[in-house]
Design a protein around this ligand. Structure first.
Ligand code: PLP
Length: 446
């Protein structure tokens, strides 16, 4: 590898980063991560920190997962690529579709369609939802309903259902016919209440009202994250998703669960849908499906949706959608090994137990530091919302948030910031001791 200065200088010169201003690279360069082991990463200056971001909500099994690394190496030797477009496919992918059908059986999902990541998976769900209604004889059902503060990736479809202006404004016009409902967010909502059940019911009424106004026969699907991640870890009340499911069912609207973050144990349940006792019609997954070691995703499809496609032999049922890397054999091998390790290590239970410890510790930090306005979490997805004034709930200044992140890093832990939120999504293999390390560093940072 080239020397440190060459790497740092050329980052600013040649590289544009996602979710960053290109002009920011000189003044506020990113941390350059050179290696990882277990739950720790080492930067270009040799500083070792605990990765409380877990890569990007995806390195659930940490950086030393040998079975996944070996599966990738072996598959590269055996068959490094082959297309899965009509006419060809590959064996690890077929085995994976079997394993995923087993994995998602409790969610009522039995068919899979493969992608190269989360945005692809969301796009696939949106397209298949529209096509489902065309195949089903209701071609006018084209609109989508989503939540404010929801995050669904960055393709045009995903950006159109995103509920954060930062991912929309500079790319408009986006898809027409998208309706956004308020997020089920006790800390900030338009209903003047902090009661989660009341908020859920109020959103349900707004959803019904929109359905009446738009016409149920114009709406294709509702897309939701079971726990909203990038929007600041917003945990809905337990009644929320069942209510959304019930309303969708009554009006023939598909329910898409965007589980790009939540599908493999992060919330402490094996899927976010299962956490709330709901079966979606489609589910987008990616990220931890390969432990983050290979770009890959899967859309899971329910029997109900599958049967409509499979029983219609006309051209409208043919899937005119897919990617060169849909079902990459190396990704499939990585996913097979990841699923096996994920199950063997029972990481969902660890996420639930460690998540409770982390949340309890964060609440103590809230008692101690005025800067912390709100604390939220489910399993190993947690957030602190930083405020400059608790009573007014005004967001902390950008430089204050940056200082918290930097000081926490100096104390040995990398956390992520998004707006005024400090987000934690460590690998699901963290120990109780690791959780204490995160809390101690954050305390210092705050
Ligand atoms: N959907 C959700 C819920 C996500 O959190 C993300 C990414 O964080 C995406 C979709 C997009 O995934 P990707 O960045 O892999 O395209």
């Amino acid at each position: 590898m080239r020397e440190t200065n060459f790497i740092i200088e050329n980052n600013a010169r040649h590289l544009w980063h996602p979710m960053a201003h290109p002009a920011e690279m000189q003044a506020n360069p990113p941390r350059i991560i050179n290696s990882g082991e277990g739950v720790e990463i080492v930067d270009i200056h040799g500083q070792k920190v605990l990765d409380a971001v877990g890569g990007l909500w995806n390195v659930n099994l940490g950086y030393s997962c040998e079975p996944v690394k070996k599966a990738i190496r072996d598959q590269l030797d055996e068959l490094p690529y082959y297309s899965t477009f009509r006419g060809t496919t590959n064996s690890p992918l077929i085995e994976l579709s079997y394993e995923l059908a087993e994995w998602f059986k409790p969610d009522g999902l039995s068919r899979s369609f493969f992608t190269s990541g989360g945005s692809d998976s969301v796009e696939t769900c949106l397209r298949l939802a529209r096509q489902f209604h065309k195949v089903n004889g209701q071609p006018e059902r084209t609109k989508f309903v989503a939540l404010k503060k929801g995050y669904h990736g960055t393709h045009f479809g995903g950006a159109s259902v995103n509920g954060n202006q930062n991912f929309r404004r500079n790319y408009e016009p986006l898809l027409p016919g998208v309706i956004h409902l308020p997020a089920p967010f006790p800390y900030r909502n338009p209903f003047n209440t902090t009661d989660g059940a009341e908020i859920a019911a109020a959103i349900g009424r707004l959803f019904e009202d929109e359905i009446a106004f738009q016409g149920a026969d114009t709406i294709a699907a509702l897309i939701v994250e079971p726990v909203l991640g990038a929007g600041g870890v917003i945990v809905p009340h337990e009644t929320f998703l069942p209510l959304m499911r019930e309303i969708c069912d009554r009006h023939g609207i598909l329910l898409i669960a965007d589980e790009v973050i939540t599908a493999f144990g992060r919330t402490g349940a094996w899927t976010g849908s299962r956490l709330w006792g709901v079966q979606p019609d489609m589910m987008s997954t990616a990220k931890a499906i390969t432990n983050g070691y290979f770009p890959f995703g899967a859309v899971m499809i329910s029997d109900k949706v599958a049967q409509v496609f499979e029983s219609n032999k006309s051209a409208v049922g043919s899937i005119g959608h897919g990617y060169t890397y849909s079902g990459h054999p190396v990704g499939a091998a990585a996913a097979l090994a990841t699923l096996k390790e994920t199950k063997r290590l029972n990481v969902a239970d660890n996420a639930a137990a460690r998540g409770e410890e982390l949340l309890a510790g964060l609440k103590k930090l809230q008692d101690k530091h005025e800067l912390v306005g709100d604390v939220r979490g489910k399993g190993l997805m947690c957030a602190l919302e930083l405020v400059s004034d608790r009573a007014k709930k005004s967001g902390a200044a950008k430089d204050v948030i940056q200082k918290v992140q930097d000081a926490t890093y100096d104390a040995g832990v990398l956390v992520r910031t998004s707006g005024a939120n400090v987000i934690m999504s460590p690998p699901l293999i963290v120990t109780a001791e690791n959780v204490q390390t995160i809390l101690t560093a954050l305390d210092a940072g705050l």
